[in-house]
Design a protein. Sequence first.
Length: 109
Amino acid sequence: MIKKMIMDETRLKEVLELSKIGLPETEFKEVLDRVNGVLRMCDEMQELNFANTRSFEWNIKKACPRRVDSPKKWDKRDAFLNQAPVRDGDFFRVPRIIALDEDNELIGD
């Protein structure tokens, strides 16, 4: 028997905090109901019997044709990088988004 999945309010708060998604507490119940609905559907799909189902095979001959992957010189790199709000040599400097504190320091500061 497969263990049923369920999301509680504590876990929802944790996921929202880790993903940096702000959600008013008044909407917790609605979001929790929707998430648990998706989890119930996943549980139901895991209980389906696929014993007599043929495996899926992809016919590579029907795949879309692919272009030749060849390097090309692009002379607009500096013009593109000059549009960046903060540039560090040949790279963009971006705000840190995976941090437990609320600071938005630039990486490397």
